[in-house]
Design a protein around this ligand. Structure first.
Ligand SMILES: NC(=O)c1ccc[n+]([C@@H]2O[C@H](COP(=O)([O-])OP(=O)(O)OC[C@H]3O[C@@H](n4cnc5c(N)ncnc54)[C@H](O)[C@@H]3O)[C@@H](O)[C@H]2O)c1
Length: 381
């Protein structure tokens, strides 16, 4: 088995999810390449050392620039907040490393475009972690749509709801709360949550031409953890938008961090001429499917338990026996597996940086429309 030495930057939520995926992938997938946990990197030496030990990294660094200089690192995995994605990716491309980058690709479209240009110039394998594509039920939805089972698609409906920023006492900025600081995050729910909904949507249903959005910042000022001062909040706390897909279908998207009772409720529903599909992250191993062509007396919504290891359900032949479900973390294992398979075959695994730029441009159009109150066209990639 050929080795790919990984240098991972950031030991937070995604640093753990990715490390878990790198560790497991070769146990479950039969691949030509195997990731090696070579070095973990973050600024706090004590913490990064402990993280490296816990997850089995051979070494650690406290400055990502040093990590990039190392000849024994083949692949850089960016799991740090959004404001450093571009800087690290540009330098990593220059150093000729393969690059995996967390979503959103960048804070804005222009920043993302620079990253796409750099990586394409360097010609290195790359991918962005829009992991929901690889939840087996979502991958199955893609398969059913591509087989034409839904027929012409009329509607796409997506939501991503949370409730963790309702308190006005919650500060912005710094560890754990960088998502509330617009300089670091780039935007609020649009770049953080709707970006996921958009990536899935354009993968399943094609490109979006124009959008009309409303955005709101419910809490206008918060104490900043780094300056200690009360500062204006620059992120969108909530965003709802209408969209027109190039295939003629109509869409609604909604996201908020103010939906009391919801922690990570990502749902989508697609209505076609013959059939409809619905999916819910809280029940991620199920795909709801209704087919109008079913025999009348049996017609109804079916709840498909996507656990058939016999080869019919995507990725499930790699795990347990039929009926035993897998979870959130497996989507990352699948994404690493597809990336490594792509490296072996010389074919990029999506979403590439260029694919993710499309999502970035849609986010830009949404945020712009939220300000102008008008329909805005989406820039073409
Ligand atoms: N794919 C997904 O579903 C998903 C889920 C959560 C987060 N994300 C994305 O992953 C990225 C990280 O989010 P998170 O939730 O893991 O954040 P986090 O706050 O849990 O962790 C961020 C890590 O980055 C480190 N870091 C910050 N600046 C750094 C620097 N200059 N050099 C080195 N390390 C640095 C921090 O020390 C921390 O270890 C973000 O871009 C976020 O949007 C994606």
């Amino acid at each position: 088995m050929k080795k790919i030495n990984v240098g991972l930057i950031g030991y937070g939520f995604m640093g753990r999810a990715h490390s878990n995926a790198f560790r497991k992938v070769a146990n479950f997938f039969n691949l030509e390449y195997q990731p090696v946990l070579k070095a973990a990197c973050a600024r706090n030496e004590e913490k990064v050392k402990a993280f490296a030990q816990t997850w089995g990294y051979e070494s650690y660094e406290t400055d990502w620039r040093k990590l990039l200089q190392r000849d024994d690192i083949d692949l850089i995995d960016i799991c740090a907040p959004n404001d450093v994605h571009a800087e690290i990716a540009l330098a990593a491309a220059k150093a000729g490393k393969m690059i995996l980058c967390e979503k959103p690709l960048a804070r804005t479209g222009p920043e993302g475009l620079k990253m796409v240009k750099a990586i394409e110039k360097a010609g290195v394998p790359n991918m962005v972690w829009y992991n929901y594509r690889r939840v087996p039920a979502v991958t199955l939805a893609k398969k059913l749509i591509d087989e034409g089972r839904l027929g012409r698609i009329f509607h796409y409906r997506a939501k991503f709801l949370q409730d963790w920023t309702i308190s006005p006492e919650l500060p912005q900025g710094g560890a754990g709360l960088w998502r509330l600081d617009v300089k670091v995050a780039g935007s609020g729910v649009t770049g953080d949550l709707l970006a996921h909904c958009i990536d899935t949507a354009i993968w399943l249903n094609g490109s979006i031409d124009k959008v009309s959005a409303m955005t709101e910042t419910f809490v206008k000022q918060r104490k900043h953890n780094l300056t200690g001062k009360v500062e204006k909040v620059g992120i969108d706390d909530a965003c709802a938008f209408l969209a027109r897909f190039s295939n003629g279908s109509l869409a609604t998207f909604e996201s908020t961090r103010y939906a009391r009772g919801h922690k990570a409720l990502y749902t989508f529903e697609i209505n076609g001429e013959h059939a409809s599909i619905a999916w819910d992250l809280h029940d991620l191993h199920r795909l709801q499917y209704f087919d109008h062509r079913d025999e009348g007396k049996l017609r109804g919504w079916r709840s498909i338990h996507v656990t058939d290891a016999g080869g019919e359900h995507p990725y499930m032949d790699k795990w347990w026996v039929p009926g035993l479900q897998i979870g959130y973390e497996h989507s990352f294992v699948h994404q690493v597996a597809d990336f490594l398979q792509g490296v072996a075959e010389g074919k990029p695994a999506g979403p590439t940086f260029r694919d993710a730029l499309e999502t970035q441009y849609i986010c830009d159009a949404v945020l712009h429309s939220g300000k102008t109150g008008r329909w805005e066209k989406v820039k073409k990639v």
